[in-house]
Design a protein around this ligand. Structure first.
Ligand SMILES: *[C@@H]1O[C@H](CO)[C@@H](O)[C@H](O)[C@H]1NC(C)=O
Length: 219
């Protein structure tokens, strides 16, 4: 019985040890660009806390839709540490997402540093993510008020399948979650990846690869 309890305790300890939350070293750390008289913490310098003001912790304009007249028909307005310096070291950020009617797409992408929790405030979105190998596709159609989580580091997208526009907001578990848009990262770099590499990897004809590279270059 004792051994059983010990094993149970061990299992519990390991299950807790595998979960994590960002922890910070002070109440807040307002980011400043001038490093004089500042301490270096987690990538950005901190403002002297005595000089922090409400403006350091606020941002306005998320009521304004982003312009979706672009090749994918979506627009992401990101409120991260670069525009809201009070987020520094706090492990959180926010985005507004606008989708054009009839197929507005936030194309397959990864946030290398953040899990995303998304709520649809208007419209209908087909959303999904793909797990690590062996790949499983997990997807759902979301309506107004529905919430979906995209785990950190996994390829995911949102697609407007309705005839009306869609709007969503998302919280991300990093002050600077980062984004890697698959198509642009693979076919779009200024210094392109060798077309032979991409032709083989994606089992495409080389001229299709070169066409994609031309299309997505600097996009
Ligand atoms: C997103 O919307 C903003 C505000 O209308 C605009 O300045 C920006 O160019 C848009 N981005 C894209 C990728 O269309």
């Amino acid at each position: 019985m004792k051994a059983f309890h010990f094993l149970l305790l061990l299992a519990l300890a390991f299950s807790f040890a595998s979960a994590f939350d960002p922890s910070h070293l002070q109440d807040f750390c307002v980011a400043i660009s001038d490093p004089r008289n500042a301490a270096f913490v987690n990538g950005k310098f901190c403002k002297n806390p005595n000089l922090a003001v409400a403006g350091d912790f606020s941002f306005s304009g998320l009521n304004i839709p982003g312009n979706t007249a672009n090749r994918v028909g979506s627009n992401v307005t990101l409120v991260n540490v670069d525009v809201l310096p009070g987020l520094n070291t706090l492990g959180i950020s926010l985005a507004r997402l606008d989708y054009a009617p009839n197929g507005g797409l936030n194309p397959p992408h990864i946030h290398p540093r953040g899990t995303e929790i998304l709520v649809v405030v208007e419209g209908t979105l087909h959303v999904g993510f793909v797990t690590s190998n062996p790949n499983r596709f997990i997807s759902k159609v979301l309506y107004t008020g529905d919430v979906f989580v995209f785990p950190i580091g996994l390829i995911h997208f949102q697609f407007n399948i309705a005839k009306t526009k869609a709007v969503a907001f998302a919280g991300l578990s990093s002050q600077n979650p980062g984004v890697i848009t698959m198509a642009d990262a693979i076919f779009g770099p200024d210094l392109p990846i060798n077309p032979d590499v991409l032709a083989k990897a994606f089992q495409l004809d080389k001229d299709v690869v070169e066409k994609l590279q031309k299309l997505l270059e600097n996009a």
